[in-house]
Design a protein around this ligand. Structure first.
Ligand code: APR
Length: 238
């Protein structure tokens, strides 16, 4: 079976990581959509770094849940598998999903890179609480290695997704825990399904993508995914 999966913040919700647009998405009464921008960083880099440092700490303390683990199981049994996650956390990786089966399309929160040149710090680099790190090469401010609103996606990551989609339509497409607000997300899901495969949405709420899904599972991911993967195994469909 050829499988394509898209995940969003909802898959990590049951690990205790707040979603962006959910009830707990606000931080110190601030809207994440306004913090995750180059403008916010230029205006108040200390504030933006404080938000990312807190999120890093919360993610380090969190554990992958049953949904992350079920995807690892599915990836092991599928003939071909690619996950595109919008999540910058490392819970898919820590659940055991191999790096070559995954694209973090919005970057990696544990990466720290220069806001001007291409210098990157060691992965997992942490700096003093009150300081903002400066690039040792050019002196500009360092920033988290994530994609902010209005920024371009990494073209090498797009190529990985395009190559996978170009190699054939998928039998199974899962869209898990995302509001699917970005055009490229629903576009990739639709193209992967190619008008013939199953496109299953796993999300307790209706989204922009719901009407394109062939099946909708209105349950939390950590409940729905282990059942779904178990069912696929029982029917020998992987
Ligand atoms: N299981 C499955 N889905 C869930 C769960 C759960 N336990 N809890 C919440 N959800 C769903 C919500 O119904 C919602 O549709 O997860 C979705 C979370 O949506 P967002 O917070 O908008 O997150 P996401 O779609 O990943 O955001 C996309 O926007 O803010 C930017 O770059 C950021 O990557 C992020 C992108």
């Amino acid at each position: 079976m050829r499988v394509f999966v898209i995940s969003g913040a909802g898959i990590s919700a049951e690990s205790g990581i707040p979603t962006f647009r959910g009830q707990n998405g606000y931080w110190r009464n601030l809207d994440p959509a306004k913090l995750a921008t180059t403008e916010a960083f230029q205006r108040d880099p200390k504030l933006v770094w404080a938000w990312y440092r807190e999120r890093r700490q919360r993610i380090r303390a969190a554990q992958p849940n049953a949904a992350h683990k079920a995807l690892v199981d599915l990836a092991e049994h599928a003939r071909a598998f690619l996950l595109v996650t919008q999540n910058v956390d490392d819970l898919h990786a820590r659940a055991g999903l191999p790096p070559e089966k995954m694209v973090q399309i919005h970057g990696d929160i544990f990466e720290t890179r220069c806001s001007r040149c291409n210098w990157r710090a060691e992965h997992d680099y942490e700096h003093e609480h009150e300081t903002i790190p400066a690039c040792p090469k050019c002196g500009a401010l360092m920033r988290p290695g994530v994609v902010w609103f209005g920024e371009m996606l990494d073209s090498r990551k797009i190529d990985i997704v395009e190559n996978y989609l170009g190699a054939g339509a998928c039998d199974l497409v899962l869209v898990i825990g995302t509001t699917a607000l970005f055009g490229y997300i629903s576009d990739w899901a639709g193209r992967a399904q190619g008008g013939r495969g199953r496109l299953i949405e796993i999300n307790p709420e209706e989204t922009a993508l719901s009407r394109f899904a062939t099946e909708r599972i209105r349950e939390p991911a950590a409940v729905a995914l282990p059942n779904l993967v178990q069912n696929l195994h029982c029917r020998g469909r992987c």
